[in-house]
Ligand binder design. Structure first.
Ligand code: HEC
Ligand code: HEC
Length: 351
């Protein structure tokens, strides 16, 4: 027969078990929440990457079948996930953080990285970042030195955004590099992905012509970029809706796009906005001539005395001498390029 004291003992045993179970549950919840918030910085799962579907990948490239663009919304809410999202935001809306009205620092001309690295650096042949994780640090002929991803980002900050560099240890640099590495982290070291770099564009048999290019600009570009290539700010004045193509708020003459071949290849695959490398909207000649026009207009100057320490490695279209040949600066800038390339067979590969 159960006495009252027996049932009290049973009850207290039950309460103890319940208490134990509850505290175990609380402990599990706390651990889960903590690992979500401060978990290890392991790379979050990578969503498939938007990429070239059509045409065979060039030999030697690592080709990943095209699917959807990588989406930072799929990242977990860990410290690592948040850092990558911040990096993406810095690429897409650089000016909001680092522009003349930036919330973190005032380092740049007001452009966004995404203005040139379309879709936050994921669009095929529109300057995407997919090759970076697998190919940096790398030897660059322009500097003649090994270049880290941070140095490369700062190159664009100082040239394409005509601004000042970020410290490697800054929260912003670490986030930008984390994002770029996340985009490319499953690409084997040393491999390139189809769709990185610029689209191919055959040389014209003549020089690219700024006068013809001016008419192309009026017909195909001016409606967005403005009659003086000045671009258009968003209503809040903190970021461009249409970025400037020349003038004091544009990239300087040390930037990659200041080379006419780079600009022509970029424009052919990406402009007018909405074009794609497999759906171009310009003929090759239009792309060359409009590039010649845009790069004939005034823009900030950058002193680059340390560029191309080995002048024999200057690309055919590098617009500043001295050269190892006797072609003029003008011909180097606008072409015709084939005779220059013929004089430097070793440069053909380095295009
Ligand atoms: C429909 C509007 C539109 C037209 C037309 C257009 N662009 Fe753009 N362009 C843009 C936008 C928007 C961006 C920035 C993209 C982004 O930030 O996602 C851009 C970016 C650029 C960039 C890189 C950033 C910069 O400012 O240097 C260049 C170069 C460029 N356009 C050249 C051209 C040329 C050349 C044409 C004409 C062949 C052209 N665009 C036509 C909207 C347009
Ligand atoms: C005005 C256009 C423009 C803007 C704006 C721009 N870039 Fe670039 N970027 C380029 C061009 C063009 C190249 C490649 C050509 C070259 O090598 O010179 C490049 C190359 C790079 C590379 C190397 C890619 C590779 O595969 O080797 C990185 C990384 C990079 N940019 C990061 C950035 C970041 C980060 C920003 C913003 C802070 C930025 N860029 C803004 C035009 C731009």
């Amino acid at each position: 027969m159960e006495t009252p004291s027996d049932s009290v003992a049973r009850l207290s045993r039950l309460v103890r078990i319940l208490l134990l179970l509850t505290s175990a549950l609380v402990l599990v919840v706390v651990v889960v929440v903590l690992t979500q918030l401060y978990g290890p910085a392991s790379p979050p799962p990578l969503a498939p990457v938007a990429e070239a579907n059509e045409g065979p990948p060039p030999s030697g490239s690592y080709h990943r079948p095209a699917t959807a663009a990588p989406d930072t919304a799929t990242l977990p809410h860990t410290a690592a996930g948040r850092q990558i999202r911040y990096g993406r935001d810095l690429i897409a809306h650089t000016a909001r953080y680092l522009g003349p009205q930036g919330s973190v620092a005032h380092l740049t001309n007001g452009m966004n990285c995404q203005n040139c690295h379309l879709d936050a650096g994921t669009k095929g042949f529109a300057n995407n970042y997919l090759a970076v994780a697998a190919t940096y640090p790398k030897l660059r002929a322009r500097s003649g030195t090994m270049v880290t991803t941070q140095m490369r980002v700062n190159d664009c900050l100082e040239r394409s955004l005509n601004g000042r560099p970020l410290a490697d240890s800054s929260r912003e640099m670490r986030a930008i590099v984390a994002y770029i590495n996340w985009l490319g982290h499953d690409i084997p070291k040393g491999k390139k992905v189809y769709g990185t770099g610029f689209t191919k564009l055959a040389y014209l048999p003549r020089a690219a012509d700024p006068v013809i290019g001016k008419a192309v600009f009026a017909a195909k570009c001016q409606s967005c970029h403005g009659p003086h290539g000045e671009g258009k700010q968003l209503a809040d004045g903190r970021e461009y809706q249409y970025p400037p193509l020349w003038g004091k708020h544009s990239y300087n003459d040390g930037a990659g796009l200041y080379r006419v071949t780079n600009l022509a290849r970029y424009v052919k695959a990406a402009m007018p906005f909405g074009a794609a490398f497999d759906h171009p909207q310009l003929t090759d000649a239009q792309a060359w001539d409009v590039a010649a026009f845009v790069n004939s207009q005034p823009r900030p100057h950058l002193n680059t005395p340390r560029d191309w320490p080995d002048i024999s490695k200057k690309p055919v279209d590098h617009p500043f001498g001295p050269y190892t040949d006797s072609f003029s600066e003008r011909q180097h800038k606008y072409g015709p390029y084939q005779p220059i390339e013929d004089a430097h067979p070793q440069l053909a590969k380095a295009k």
